[in-house]
Design a protein around this ligand. Structure first.
Ligand code: PMP
Length: 351
């Protein structure tokens, strides 16, 4: 059956995303989506675009969107790369900056897409064990032969590493690229983007999927020194000139321009997160101090797998990882206050 497969296909070990169940009445707290719809300006921009220009290819350079992102971050568009979700941006970054035969490092408890990319691009990797409390052993990332990639806040632990620690990692890898995957940074203290002009080896990757409610539109981006951005553009232009379609382009641009809506929805999620952490604590959970739009929690007596299954039966989906060290934890996305109240009610019944 597999005789026509290339060696690249044969060595793949594809990523499995959280379940996507299209059932209206289910409460979906398993893939860290935003419970609020995107800004109304996004929908208006997409509608206007639909009536005009879908017969034409989109801009291959995505200048308008890159400018909107640059403005938001006080940088120039030459320091911004955009892609079809940050997953694509991360995949391109592995190709652009990591080298087969040179060992890269990432935390052993981390985004499970990293080993998938490493395998497909034939990049050897070392998984650095996190500390017992799931914090990162910062010095273990110094002097990595092939480079470093890590999420901040980390997923699925939700823990945030201080900017000084991130800077130390970047400083102590002067000849290799350090990729900071900031998918959840808008729910946290501070981005590392302010360091990109100080360090030419720092690439900061973010997404519109979480804080801007656009998981369905697929727009991710990277910020860094123009020469890093140029490398990513060379990779993209060797695959597909048009990774951002017209609707995504105008929709994401409108999302970056509506700062008020962004701040309001992020503020609501952070408030709900704190409330949820307290409520879970009262129900006997240990909850890691989250700076993301999800919490990572373990119950003192009931096994995570049992809870996961029972919640699913009750119509509430959360994420469970059957992996040593974290197999007694649940990762719970922060929904609306009403959704979280239903979750608490269901848990109260179960335990
Ligand atoms: N990085 C991390 C750490 C994530 O959790 C996710 C979401 N699964 C992504 C990147 C990818 O997000 P997207 O492709 O939707 O931008």
């Amino acid at each position: 059956m597999t005789k026509f497969w290339s060696s690249m296909v044969k060595r793949t070990d594809p990523y499995v995303p959280g379940e996507q169940i299209n059932q209206k009445d289910i409460i979906k707290l398993n893939t860290n989506e935003n419970p609020y719809p995107p800004s109304p300006n996004v929908l208006a921009a997409i509608q206007a675009e639909m009536q005009e220009t879908l017969q034409l290819y989109p801009s291959p350079t995505a200048d308008g969107l890159r400018e909107a992102i640059a403005n938001q971050n006080g940088i120039s568009k030459e320091e911004v790369f955009v892609g079809n979700g940050s997953d694509e941006v991360l995949a391109f970054s592995f190709m652009a900056f990591f080298e087969p035969g040179k060992v890269i490092r990432f935390p052993d408890i981390s985004y499970s897409f990293y080993p998938v990319y490493a395998k497909i691009f034939d990049i050897t990797f070392e998984e650095v064990p996190v500390n017992e409390d799931f914090t990162l052993p910062i010095e273990q990332f110094y002097g990595a032969e092939g480079g470093v990639i890590l999420p901040n806040p980390n997923a699925p632990t939700s823990l945030y590493a201080a900017l000084e620690d991130i800077e130390q990692i970047v400083q102590n890898n002067p000849d290799r690229v350090v990729i900071i995957d900031e998918a959840y940074i808008d729910f946290a203290t501070e981005s590392a983007v302010g360091l990109i002009r100080k360090y030419d080896n720092l690439l900061v990757v973010q997404t519109t999927s979480k804080s801007r409610s656009l998981a369905g539109l697929r727009v991710g981006f990277a910020m860094g020194n123009p020469s890093l951005i140029e490398a990513l553009i060379r990779i993209k232009d060797s695959f597909n000139s048009y990774t951002i379609d017209r609707l995504a382009m105008v929709g994401a641009t409108a999302a970056f321009e509506d700062v008020t809506y962004f701040e309001e929805t992020v503020g609501k999620i952070v408030a709900t997160r704190e409330k949820t952490a307290r409520a879970l604590g009262q129900l006997g959970f240990t909850v890691l101090p989250s700076q993301a739009n999800f919490v990572f929690a373990r119950h003192e007596t009931v096994a995570a797998e049992t809870l996961y299954n029972q919640l699913k039966e009750a119509g509430i989906l959360v994420r469970y990882f059957n992996k040593p060290q974290i197999d007694n934890y649940l990762r719970i996305t922060i929904g609306t206050d009403a959704q979280m109240e239903k979750l608490m009610e269901a848990i109260r019944q179960l335990i």
